[in-house]
Design a binder for this molecule. Structure first.
Ligand SMILES: Cc1cc2nc3c(=O)[nH]c(=O)nc-3n(C[C@H](O)[C@H](O)[C@H](O)COP(=O)(O)OP(=O)(O)OC[C@H]3O[C@@H](n4cnc5c(N)ncnc54)[C@H](O)[C@@H]3O)c2cc1C
Length: 479
């Protein structure tokens, strides 16, 4: 359970059943979908459905930084795409911070929004130049960049910092919006199929059929392949996070340039101050030993077992060109995803952009975040991506089952690969280990007791219930 997860509003809103005709349907109630609903709140006949509780997806597992200083994204974009793209992306991130401040202030949301400095640092000689380039780019855009020391007990060679960035409690933000918009939200309503008929979209779930004129897909990883083909334009990155109690709440957040990833922020409430430490990020097709990855976080931050308050992992979609997918997939059908681990600013930006699109106004950053865009940076990655997906698919099939230390038995029943896990009370949990989404073999997460897909990040409970898409089906095994 993440540090924020315990604060999730557990009051369950009704599910949608039977047939319903509406104007706008938003699928997914994380930061992107809920902020979109917020902007459309005056719109008659708009509603949002979520497969689970609002916020229960990736958003509850974020570190909750609201910053435009995102590793060395601007110098990377300027180099790999062009300078103007980098300028526009910076502008979009600064806008997103203004938007979230505006919403929080207007709605009087108590979500522990705190102004902090943001640092990027490196401990590698060869990355110092990258930091200097990032600093030069930001300075050229009128941003004050400082070269002050990193106030963290971690070895580093160089660091830069900026002001006017923030941290917040993402779940308090969502809880407030859930309460504000509760008449338009349906929880535990999972959409599994969408068909287009006579200019309308018919969205099906278990026992529900919703006909909508306009659809926004904000469910983190879209559950359909066409017309988007997301697996060929992105990969999934997983990170490991530990929260520990500390004496103070220093007003900064920090991240390093590249691997092994290190990211830190602090949080304070009436129960005390906490340091939120993230590391060991990797493509989900590699480094799949969760026990080892959590141990690495402890080692890097020198965390003692008794100081651990919470630990959790999280995944996000990394796009090939490091830009987002926000916009139109086809007429009246929109998507918001691919946030490259910066979905707090970008989820809010999605709501702002898609609100304009739905109202028929000019969409800000339309070309920059076009889901169907193609640029050299992206095309260059197409074949490596295809290769990577194939390798991770085949690799998942060949995984050495002896790798697991836990009480697991792998077998086959009726031709299906099955795993039986015996828990500490001796209860057996049987699942089918093939992901229903695209057929990858699932990995047992020995730390969080879930079955995780290394290809596209679907997750299932010990008994096979799907708790994260893109899979829309469970992996429960019944004789
Ligand atoms: C380790 C880590 C740390 C991060 N830290 C930061 C940070 O500090 N700052 C930052 O800006 N970003 C951060 N991010 C990124 C950020 O957390 C995500 O990009 C963001 O939370 C994604 O929000 P979302 O609304 O797209 O998805 P989600 O929060 O996953 O919301 C999607 C919702 O859709 C629902 N859903 C799924 N499928 C269906 C379906 N078929 N039908 C109906 N509903 C469905 C789910 O239940 C879920 O509630 C981090 C990411 C990682 C991995």
């Amino acid at each position: 359970m993440s540090l924020w997860g315990k604060d999730l509003n557990q009051t369950r809103l009704p599910s949608l059943e039977g047939e319903k005709k509406i104007d706008i349907l938003i699928i997914g109630g994380g930061i992107a979908g809920l902020t979109t609903l917020y902007y459309l709140k005056d719109y008659p006949n708009a509603c949002l459905v979520d497969a689970s509780l609002i916020g229960e997806g990736v958003t509850k597992n974020t570190t909750g930084k609201l910053t435009f200083l995102q590793n060395t994204i601007y110098s990377d974009l300027a180099k790999n795409i062009d300078y103007d793209t980098a300028v526009s992306y910076l502008e979009s991130q600064k806008l997103a911070i203004e938007l979230v401040k505006e919403i929080i202030e207007k709605e009087k949301i108590d979500c522990h929004l705190e102004k902090v400095k943001s640092f990027v640092f490196t401990n590698k000689e060869k990355e110092i130049k990258k930091l200097q380039e990032e600093s030069a780019f930001l300075t050229s855009q009128g941003i004050e960049v400082n070269n002050e020391d990193l106030p963290l007990n971690i070895p580093y060679l160089s660091s830069i910092s900026v002001k006017d960035t923030y941290v917040f409690h993402p779940i308090f933000y969502l809880n407030h919006l859930k309460n504000l918009l509760k008449d338009k939200i349906y929880e535990y309503t999972k959409i599994t199929k969408i068909k287009q008929k006579r200019g309308k979209y018919i969205c099906y779930g278990e026992g529900v059929k919703i006909t909508a004129s306009k659809v926004v897909v904000a469910c983190h990883y879209p559950f359909f392949l066409l017309p988007f083909c997301l697996p060929l334009k992105s990969h999934i990155e997983k990170s490991y996070i530990i929260a520990r109690k500390v004496e103070k709440n220093p007003k900064f957040s920090a991240i390093n340039v590249t691997n092994p990833s290190i990211s830190v922020r602090f949080y304070e409430d009436e129960s005390g101050s906490y340091e939120i430490c993230l590391s060991s990020s990797h493509k989900t097709s590699k480094n799949q030993d969760d026990v080892k990855n959590f141990k690495n976080v402890k080692r890097i931050f020198n965390i003692k077992e008794e100081d651990v308050v919470a630990f959790w992992s999280n995944v996000d979609i990394i796009t090939d060109d490091k830009l987002l997918f926000i916009g139109k997939l086809k007429k009246n059908f929109y998507v918001a995803c691919g946030f490259n681990t910066w979905g707090m600013t970008n989820g809010i930006l999605s709501g702002f952009i898609l609100n304009k699109a739905i109202r028929g106004e000019k969409m800000p950053y339309e070309d920059l975040f076009l889901p169907h865009r193609s640029n050299f940076y992206q095309t260059k990655n197409f074949f490596p991506n295809l290769f990577g997906s194939t390798v991770s698919f085949i690799g998942s099939k060949r995984r050495n089952k002896d790798w697991y230390k836990e009480n697991l038995v792998f077998t086959k029943r009726n031709g299906k690969p099955i795993a039986i896990y015996t828990d500490k009370e001796g209860k057996k949990h049987t699942v089918c280990t093939t992901c229903p989404h695209m057929g990858c073999s699932l990995i047992f997460n020995e730390k969080e007791y879930t079955w995780d897909c290394p290809c596209h990040s679907s997750r299932f409970t010990l008994d096979g219930e799907c708790i994260k898409g893109p899979s829309t089906k469970d992996i429960t095994y019944r004789e």
